[in-house]
Ligand binder design. Structure first.
Ligand code: HEM
Length: 200
């Protein structure tokens, strides 16, 4: 059980963080907006905590967009039907192996406008408040959805908020990072270097 949680939670969370740092290096304008929000609501090098979460709408939106854009699960986990079901007039017998493909939903323009663009603003309402639409199904849906969803969302928020509060992230002077996706069980970026500058 403990090994299962370790395997399911380790690569997923670390790869999402690797994408976060990479996309912040890549999108300096978005990183600047994150710094502006942190300067307004935190304003020092103190630790950002869960109590700050409701004020940090843009940081929450960045985490949500990373979870959409990085599209970690190239193929979702397979499930077995425990009884016959009808879906849109098709009959699926008991014991059929089925899955649903999360990556297609996360990049479907019917649900996400201009899906190929990295736009955290898509998760802010007209009052600038963060929201999580049901189509953002990075953690799956239904009874077998990710057991670690709550934990992962909080961890990612804390990492994102604290890394961005403390540091300015940039490409090393001589080299831009490669955005190629290594598609495996969990999709990860090619190892890269980051130029890290303290903000305080
Ligand atoms: C960015 C982080 C994560 C992502 C994107 C993610 C995504 C997913 C997805 C797509 C599934 C399959 C859902 C399905 O079968 O329909 C899943 C299952 C699972 N995840 Fe995660 N996960 C993450 C982090 C974690 C963490 C931190 C833990 C545990 C500490 C965890 C534990 C599990 C477990 C135990 C399952 C199997 C649930 C079951 O079959 O009932 N995950 N996850």
């Amino acid at each position: 059980m403990a090994t299962g949680l370790w395997v399911a939670g380790q690569e997923t969370t670390s790869s999402t963080l690797a994408w976060l740092i990479l996309y912040m290096m890549e999108h300096q304008d978005i990183q600047k907006k994150a710094h502006d929000e942190l300067d307004k609501h935190i304003g020092s090098d103190r630790l950002v905590t869960l109590d700050d979460k409701t004020n940090l709408n843009y940081i929450n939106a960045i985490v949500a967009e990373i979870l959409r854009f990085s599209n970690l699960s190239s193929v979702n986990v397979f499930h077995r039907l425990t009884k016959e079901v009808q879906i849109h007039g098709y009959t699926f017998p008991e014991n059929t192996t089925i899955t649903y493909q999360i990556p297609f939903v996360l990049h479907d323009p019917r649900y996400f406008d201009e899906p190929e663009k990295f736009k955290p603003e898509r998760f802010l309402d007209k009052n600038g408040k963060f929201f999580w639409p049901q189509e953002l199904m990075t953690f799956g849906i239904g009874k077998r959805a990710c057991l670690g969803e709550g934990l992962a969302k909080l961890e990612l928020y804390l990492f994102a908020a604290n890394i961005l509060n403390q540091f300015k992230l940039n490409h090393p002077k001589d080299k831009k990072a490669d955005l190629t996706r290594i598609i495996d069980l969990v999709t990860a970026p090619i190892p890269y270097k980051t130029f890290v500058e303290s903000r305080f």
